[in-house]
Design a protein around this ligand. Structure first.
Ligand code: R5P
Length: 300
């Protein structure tokens, strides 16, 4: 059995099983807290904890890619664990939602990243996440008041790309992505370039590739942190195809796909879409459990 993080006694999974949580539990070799989630006829929730958690330091690994219907349940679960004597409940949210609403884009709008951070900080003792969307914030500590730990997907993505697409050219969908696309490219030992991108609305994105003539003999691999509406990938895929490049592979850290996103990206001309398993989706073939387990072991 692999080395366990010594400051942790047990793991809680929410929902009770999902691929990354199951893989992480196997990797950590820690016991799992058993609970029952009861839904009343009026749709309210009650959690019954079937394991003694008194005095236990817990890690709760949660899938929060659809936060609105799930966050209240998660908060109730954490409060129940605390009420039954858990000394700490740390949250592992491999995908951290609400990070993109990081300013008041239009008069009267809320800055929901701040409000969500306050709610998470009120119900948990610490936060670990994978590559949160840090754009206007430089660190989670600007909005989260609990200790936080970041796990980076770059090494895991690079290893997968080096093995699966040796003739790749990595393409970042916008200038913001340059810093980490260049990091992945360097680790995978492949070239890269970034597109220039203009977003005119939620679903209106335009991009262009500076040097298409350089990459005609390569397999283009578009790499982004989040694929959400899919419009960024769709615009990038269409542009690369128009520029005469081969059908690109789309790689995302977090596959938070809107209902029509995968079909739209494939229809635009992508060869394939692959993401990490921070969100439990069919594209989640790149396993982040090893990187998260290593981070947990090194932090205790
Ligand atoms: C933007 O800054 C991000 O890195 C992604 O490019 C963006 O969030 C993707 O969103 P969508 O799939 O909705 O275009």
């Amino acid at each position: 059995m692999s080395k366990q993080p010594s400051a942790i006694d047990r793991v809680v999974m929410f929902p009770s099983h999902w691929p990354l949580a199951d893989a992480l539990v196997r990797s950590l070799g820690l016991p799992v807290v058993d609970y029952t989630h009861h839904r009343f006829p009026d749709r309210e929730s009650m959690f019954r904890i079937n394991t003694d958690v008194s005095g236990a330091r817990l890690l709760l690994i949660a899938d929060l890619h659809d936060p609105d219907p799930h966050f209240l349940q998660l908060a109730l679960l954490s409060e129940t664990l605390r009420d039954l004597g858990a000394t700490s409940v740390g949250l592992i949210a491999p995908y951290l939602p609400y990070m993109r609403q990081d300013k008041r884009f239009n008069t009267g709008e809320g800055i929901s990243s701040r409000y969500f951070a306050r709610m998470v900080s009120a119900h948990f003792d610490s936060l670990l996440t994978v590559d949160p969307h840090l754009h206007r914030y430089h660190a989670l500590s600007e909005i989260y008041s609990i200790p936080n730990q970041l796990v980076h997907a770059a090494a895991t993505l690079a290893a997968w790309i080096a093995k699966s697409v040796p003739d790749a050219v990595l393409i970042g969908p916008d200038q913001e992505s340059e810093q980490w696309v260049s990091d992945v490219a360097q680790r995978a030992d492949v070239p890269y370039e970034t597109l220039t991108k203009q977003r005119h609305g939620d679903e209106d994105v335009q991009v262009s590739l500076p040097h298409p003539e350089r990459w005609q003999q390569h397999t283009p691999v578009l790499v982004d942190d989040i694929i959400s509406s899919g419009r960024t990938m769709m615009a990038a895929v269409s542009h690369l195809r128009e520029a005469g490049l081969a059908a690109p592979l789309c790689v995302g850290v977090h596959g938070v796909f809107a209902p029509d996103a995968i079909a739209g990206i494939l229809k635009a001309g992508a060869k394939e879409i692959v993401t990490t398993n921070t969100v439990p989706v069919e594209t989640g073939r790149i396993d982040m459990s090893g990187a998260i387990a290593s981070a947990l072991r090194s932090s205790v």
